[in-house]
Design a binder for this molecule. Sequence first.
Ligand SMILES: *Cc1c(COP(=O)(O)O)cnc(C)c1O
Length: 430
Amino acid sequence: MTSFKTRYVSTRRGTPPTRLSEALTAGLAPDGGLFVPEWLPSLSLHEFDGATTLPAVAARLLRPFFAGDALAQQLDAICAEAFDFPAPLRALDANTWLLDLFHGPTAAFKDYGARFLAACLRRLHRGERPLTIVVATSGDTGAAVGGAFHGLPNLRVVILYPDGRVSPRQAHQLGAFGGNVRALRVAGSFDDCQALAKRALNDARLQREVPLSSANSISLGRWLPQMAYYAHAALGFLRERGEPLNFVVPTGNLGNALAALLARACGVPIGRVALATNANRTLPDFFAGGDYAPRTSVPTLANAMDVGAPSNFERLRWLIPDDDVLRTAIPAASVDDAAIRDIIVATWQRHGVAICPHTATGMHLRRSLDEAPWAVAATAHPAKFESIVEPLIGAKVEPPPALAALLVQPSRADALPNEYEALCNALRST
Ligand SMILES: *Cc1c(COP(=O)(O)O)cnc(C)c1O
C-alpha cells in the first residue's frame, strides 16, 4: 500500500498520468479535459469504523485519492481545516431530510471545496513567490474562494465580477474580505469576466511576472472533497436506520452531484442520486433521451445554477459511459421559476422552513419521487437570497452568524474596464 500511487488522467485521454499535487495546481488538464483518477478505489464499510465526524469520514474517504502524493501525510490536517463546520441532516417529514451544506463562512456548499483547495495550495506553495488565484464569478464562487484564501500567506486572490449584475448582498460579500483578497467590478458580463480570467491564466509572459492559478469548479481540489458530506450523511443514516439514504442534488455545472456519484462508485452506501436543474434544461433533456446539446444559459431565480453547458459533463460520461445506463439510473428534472416560488411557499407553510431557490429545485423534484428516504442537498442559506425568499414567505430570514459578520464589514471593489491590459496592470499592482 505504501508504494501505491494514485495518479490522475484527463477525460480526453491526451495527458500523461499526473500526480495529485500537480493536478491540483494545474486546474484544467493540459489537453483541455478534466482530471479524473486513473483507477477508482474500492472502499468497504469497515474502513469507516470509528470515523463518525465529518473531517474523520473525509480523511478515510480521500486517503486512497492522496496515496503516494506529497500531501498524503497532511491529509488529516487538511480535512480538519476544510471541514470545520457541520453538514447535518435535518428531518422534514418521515422520509424527507435536508442536508444542510450552508454552515460555512459564505453560507453555500462551495465553502467546503474552496477551503479544501486552499488548505492544499497553501501547503504546496510555502516560501515561494506569492501565487495569485484569479477567479471570475457570478456570485457564490468568488465569495467562497475569497473566504477560503483570506489571510493565507503567499497566496492572493483577485475576484472578477460583473458590475451591477450580482445581488447587493453578494457584491458586499465579495468586497468585504480585504487584505490579500481584491475584488474588481468589471464593466461587462460574467462571460467577459471569464474571458479576461482565462486569457490571463493562459498568458505565459504575464505569469513570469505574476504567477497565477485558478480555483474554478472543475479543479480536483474542489471536486473530490465534496464526496465527504454525502458519505458522512449516508454512513450515519445506515448505522442508525439500516437502510441507504437517497439524495436529490440541485445541479448547475454537475460538480456537486457528480461527487455523490463518485462516492457511491467507490463503495460508499449511497442509494439513488437524482438531479434537479432550474429552467436550464440541457441535462434533463439529455436524460429524457435527447442528444447532449449545450446551449446559452437563461437567467433564473436559482442563479448559481444558470448553466447551459455543464462543465463536469465529461466526468459524468467518464464515470458512467453507457447512455442507457445513465438514463435509467438517474432521475432528473427541470424546475422553472414558477415552481421554485410555489415550493418555497409550500415548504414554509408545511414545515416552517425557509429554503433558498436552489434548494427549492431539489425539494420540488423530491415530491415527485417515491416513499424511500431522500435527502435534498440544501446548497445555500436562504438569507443569501432574501430578496426572493422573504416576500414569498412573508417573514424575515436572519443571516447565519458568519454571513452576518461579513455583511457588517466595510466593502470595497475597484472598477475595472473590460480590457485585458487593465487586468494585467491590476494583477501587477496587487
Ligand atoms: C454552485 C451552486 C449550485 C450548483 O452546483 P454545481 O456543482 O455547479 O452543480 C447549486 N446551488 C448553489 C447555491 C450554488 O452556489
